[in-house]
Design a binder for this molecule. Sequence first.
Ligand code: FAD
Ligand code: MLT
Ligand code: ZN
Length: 468
Amino acid sequence: MKDVLERIAAVVGSAGLVTDETGMAPHMKDWRGRYSGRPLAVVRPASTRAVAEVVKICAETRTAIVPQGGNTGLQGGGITDASGTQILLSTGRMNRVRAVDALNNTITVEAGCVLEHVQRAAEDAGRLFPLSLGAEGSATLGGNLSTNAGGTGVLRYGNTRDLALGLEVVLASGEVWDGLRGLRKDNTGYDLKHLFIGAEGTLGVITAAVMKLYPLPAARLTAIAAVGSPHDALRLLSIAQRQSGDALTGFEMISDFCITLLVKHFPATRTPFDARHPQYVLMEISDARSEASARAAIESILAEGMEAGIARDAVVAQSLSQVNAMWAMREDITEAQRLEGLNVKHDVSVPISRIAEFMDATEAALRRAYPDVRLVVFGHLGDGNLHYNVCGPQGVAPEVFLREEAGVTRIVHDSVARFNGSISAEHGLGQLRREEIRRYKSALELDLMRKLKAALDPLGIMNPGKVL
Ligand code: FAD
Ligand code: MLT
Ligand code: ZN
């Protein structure tokens, strides 16, 4: 092992090799504090060439590599095991924007670049990079690609996979695949980039990518509407899509218990309305013309919703600070849950048309087994993706309720399966869902996945114990 570290140190230098406890600590635990590991070392290469050299050394010595970007993943995918034999490859020093081609509407970025920096670089060039999520101040583009992250703009712009045009990847052999092409059309055989997107570091290390950009909208405006049920939230979605089409760039749903958690943990939170309601919808309109046009569009959607008795109350942001406050309310839910203590977390999707029915059926099934659970349900209604999280009854400590995790998850995921859904919509499998997926994916699909893994990583050194 000493020999491996000496060889790696010769490639990355002292700035690129961390072995002391304090330096390794931020990389050893996941964001929720659910998983912890002990790496042999944290290796921080500063270039694709250095990543390739490190991977070659690891292949020769059969040393496992766990890639890590911003360490905001929620499935334990970027955490090593506890053996002290795996190296944690952090992409933090590979954070350059290599090029922006405004006419081609593309940006070429290194994997360790923080998502917010990619957004800013696009904006500086008068363009929009539309991937947006609560962890964007720390999550990296490499992590986004490797988890095929979703976020709040998917209903208009698609998930990370849809935004990627080309990749540069260090393969498990240490060879570099340069697929950094910025083409909208390229039908020259298998589209290899899609193997690495969503692979959670199990097939290679993504070192850079060419991503799509869009025109910057002239205005982005948000509103919050109160509705009586998820069925009404869906009706409002239908009105918003009919009226505004592609201008509808966000449609999130927040259940009332999320507001209770926000108020508890962020006392400065202002509830959207004086009265409380079962569900709230946060919608965003992006308008190519003007703020006045965005305002007219959002007011027209809400007016129809109110007239039809679907929206019980509604408020349109009057200023940028109100827009930001509305989004903060949505995005702080994850942190509020962390402060409350671990709950039983799920990240599920079902066809959008069936999401309300799914919620009714799942809640009924859950309450038969666990009558007093509290549901922290919120998410990307416009994508059919819910974070269907379950807290124990009032007064039961989170760590005590967590003993019921397997039973709770079985009920939720079996319900997802009955609705032809997915047990991981946007967070990936990591460690958390690695066993679980065997119940829901066909033997044929799992076999194909294992064959791909064996073909691309025959020595099994890339992020072992994750996904498969
Ligand atoms: P990490 O956590 O470091 O790693 C994630 C996985 O990718 C690991 O398996 C790791 O091994 C692998 N990996 C990382 N970099 C590379 C690379 N260069 N090459 C190969 N493999 C690599 N996710 C959503 O989809 N939508 C959301 O709305 C959303 N909101 C969030 C809000 C909060 C507050 C938090 C904490 C998380 C949220 N997430 C969300 C989850 C998380 O932010 C995303 O999964 C994000 O894409 C992870 O990026 P990262 O750089 O932190 O990756
Ligand atoms: C979100 O949509 O806020 C995230 O995916 C994070 C979470 O599930 O808590
Ligand atoms: Zn989400």
